[in-house]
Design a protein around this ligand. Structure first.
Ligand code: NAD
Length: 443
């Protein structure tokens, strides 16, 4: 099948690559000419495990095209995916300008019927807005062409995006058209062989499903962080509590790790956007607001621990920071806890020596050169001459480090662990002051 994908970001590029991998022909279009040029030269703009080989091989096989030419892209496929960003507006609601711009572009150039699929995360009712934009644009051209607006939200996880798209848990499709159902079933058939993963529903329910999923996940994290804070104050260990509750099947072990707050391009903005949607319809979403405020406090947690340990005397200290991306296996720094920490440390007059396996370039792009940030080539180099070690991201390579080396490199053996990677008792035995999340103050 011939498919067009607008937006070659984390979602668009991965989706396009896996569709091409199973044999579809995919035309990817983006307004970022540099990105398109790089992709044509085999340079992949993001770090995502398993992505580079499938992009390169499908590009070479001619099943994956990259262009900035929107007219050519619209002509290419009956199926037109919208996978552009929906960042938060100033008031927290999702900014639909990129989605609407694409809708207008499609309606401007289409010459035959199109199935326009919204893959971006958009508030309930966006399907109607996109439909209105397409209708107005067609009317201005005096063109009478059929089109369908479909909601097909994406559930991939950065860091596992390729496997998530290859073997999705579910494929949610919001449409009331039988023709669309047929086309979508054919498009996704290669990913739907083991058992039926397609869940058809109306457009509004599909739009809300995406927010409900992300808000549930964010709620789990904030819930555990709240439990961690209580555990710390009552002298319990949240890791024991986590094991204890996870064994109940109704709760489960997945996604109940406490830490230094959730980040990324999705949870923060999607929780905010659903709070906003609720406000607009006159509903007070109390749980979601609490999820947000618990998370904001949690992102400040590591600095609080550091500040307390050093009796408020953080100025002039050098912080070895391991982990910059908002989670492992990605280079994405959007809303990362490490950013909140670094910015607070800089304000307090501290210097940061940071290492991340994949996000150094992105950090450099965001912060440029500054005298209080040194990006180091290895995690060991980041320790050199530092006053403390802080861990913000649970990359696998941080799980069993050389503790003797850490001790000898740091001015003082103190670790602030935002991801609970180590055992507090062992750290005490090794002579470290060890601060983690919800495991009691340094023992
Ligand atoms: P992204 O910022 O990585 O990519 C968006 C791309 O769209 C950029 O390359 C940008 O240049 C391009 N673009 C903007 N306007 C365009 C236009 N008019 N025509 C063509 N291209 C245009 O964004 P992302 O992380 O891939 O997210 C895209 C959407 O998917 C968002 O709504 C997001 O909430 C949702 N989503 C993201 C994830 C994730 O993990 N990143 C997961 C599920 C859903």
């Amino acid at each position: 099948m011939k498919v067009t994908v607008f937006g070659i970001g984390y979602v668009g590029l991965v989706q396009a690559a896996v569709l091409a991998e199973v044999g579809h022909e995919v035309c990817c279009v983006d307004v970022d000419a540099q990105k398109v040029e790089n992709l044509k030269n085999g340079i992949i703009p993001i770090y995502e495990p398993g992505l580079t080989p499938i992009v390169q091989s499908n590009y070479e096989a001619g099943r994956l095209l990259f262009t900035t030419d929107a007219k050519q892209a619209v002509e290419f496929g009956e199926i037109q995916f919208i996978a552009v960003g929906t960042p938060p507006d100033e008031d927290g609601s999702a900014d639909l300008k990129y989605v609407q711009a694409v809708a207008k572009t499609i309606a401007t150039y289409m010459q035959d019927p199109k199935i326009i699929i919204d893959k971006s995360t958009v508030p309930v009712g966006t399907g109607d807005k996109v439909s209105a934009t397409v209708a107005e644009t067609l009317a201005a051209r005096n063109a009478e062409l059929d089109y369908h607006i479909v909601s097909n939200p994406e559930f991939l996880k950065e860091g596992a995006a390729v496997s998530d798209c290859m073997r999705p848990d579910r494929i949610v499709i919001g449409t009331d058209s039988d023709h669309v159902k047929d086309v979508m079933s054919e498009l996704y058939a290669p990913f739907n062989r083991n058992h039926d993963r397609i869940i058809f529903m109306d457009v509004r329910s599909a739009e809300l499903t995406k927010y409900a999923a992300n808000c549930m996940l964010a709620t789990k994290i904030s819930f555990m962080n709240e439990m961690a804070n209580i555990a710390e104050m009552v002298g319990a260990d949240i890791e024991n509590v986590r094991n204890g509750i996870g064994s109940d099947e109704r709760i489960g072990y997945h996604f109940i790790y406490p830490g230094c707050g959730y980040g990324g391009s999705c949870f923060p903005k999607d929780v905010q956007a659903l709070v906003k949607t609720s406000e607009q319809i006159g509903y007070d979403s109390q749980i979601l607001k609490a999820v947000e405020s618990v998370n904001a406090k949690q992102k400040a947690k590591l600095f609080e621990l550091i500040n307390r340990h050093f009796n408020g005397d953080v100025a002039g200290k050098t912080v070895a920071l391991w982990g910059l991306s908002f989670k492992p296996k990605t280079d994405d720094m959007r809303e990362s806890s490490s950013r909140v920490l670094m910015e607070t440390l800089w304000e307090a007059g501290a210097k940061v020596q940071a290492f991340d396996p994949e996000a150094m370039e992105e950090t450099q792009r965001i912060y440029g050169s500054r005298s209080d940030l040194n990006l180091m080539g290895t995690k060991e180099a980041a320790l050199n001459g530092a006053d403390m070690l802080v861990i913000c991201t649970e990359w696998q390579s941080f799980r069993a480090p050389d503790f003797d080396l850490i001790k000898s490199e740091l001015a003082e053996p103190v670790i602030f662990d935002g991801r609970n990677l180590y055992d507090p008792q062992r750290m005490d035995d090794r002579g470290f002051s060890y601060y983690a999340i919800g495991r009691g103050l340094s023992i």
